[in-house]
Design a protein around this ligand. Structure first.
Ligand code: SF4
Length: 221
């Protein structure tokens, strides 16, 4: 029987079947940490059942929390545009977050994003691992420090290792870069444009690595 009381891990809420449909349905009731208390709903990953590339962000934002879909706000639109520039079709990519509930604090009438703590990221990790196993990507792109630290190491620094292909035992190739929201926060138009170009260059490295890996039909047949 599944526990319904709050715990410190999503593990207690994983379903018996680990296909995406079962995972998504079970994640709706997750109480693996306290973040469900102030969020509208669980925002699970989306994309084709078998995708060669999987993007992991930090957590859903205000618009994602309301829509129940990942990367549908301003950062998601920028990600779409940059993926297109890099030659990656978003319709063929699976997009998700390290943390599935929106963490925020009030500022006037607005809900302002609040960075999840590492224990919340760790609590949510079973969902991400299950998604990776179900989707079986050839490459994972971590968007921002929280996603990279969730998968790699809590000391991982995106500023030092962005755009590099990383081998981690038991996982597909991993590449870490910034979160598109950091580009939107750039101080000037010039900074924003420069950051965007750097981000697209990282995505082009990902696209190239993907093109050099075996075709989807061989892997996912
Ligand atoms: S953030 Fe993750 S672990 Fe915490 S309640 Fe939501 S789905 Fe569960």
């Amino acid at each position: 029987m599944r526990l319904k009381t709050p715990t410190t891990s999503a593990l207690n809420f994983l379903p018996e079947q680990h296909d995406l449909g079962s995972l998504r349905a079970a994640a709706k009731d997750c109480r693996g940490c306290d973040l469900y208390l102030n969020a509208t709903q669980t925002v699970f990953g989306e994309g084709p059942r078998l995708s060669r590339i999987l993007f992991v962000g930090e957590q859903p934002g205000d618009q994602e929390d309301i829509a129940g879909k990942p990367f549908v706000g301003p950062a998601g639109r920028l990600l779409d545009a940059c993926m297109e520039e890099a030659g990656i079709d978003r319709r063929t990519a699976y997009v998700t977050n390290a943390v599935k509930h929106f963490k925020w604090e009030p500022r006037g009438k607005r809900r302002i994003h609040k960075k999840p703590r590492m224990n919340e990221v760790t609590a949510c990790r079973p969902w991400l691992d299950a998604e990776i196993k179900a989707v079986r990507p050839k490459l994972i792109v971590c968007l921002g420090a929280t996603a990279a630290q969730s998968l790699l190491d809590s000391s991982f620094r995106v500023t030092q290792k962005r755009g590099q292909l990383i081998h981690l035992a038991g996982y597909p190739l991993i590449l870490a870069t910034v979160h598109p929201s950091s580009i939107l926060r750039a101080q000037s138009e010039e900074d924003r444009e420069r950051e965007k170009m750097h981000f697209v260059a990282d995505l082009m490295t990902a696209a190239k690595a993907l093109s050099q890996s075996s075709p989807a039909s061989e892997e996912h047949g």
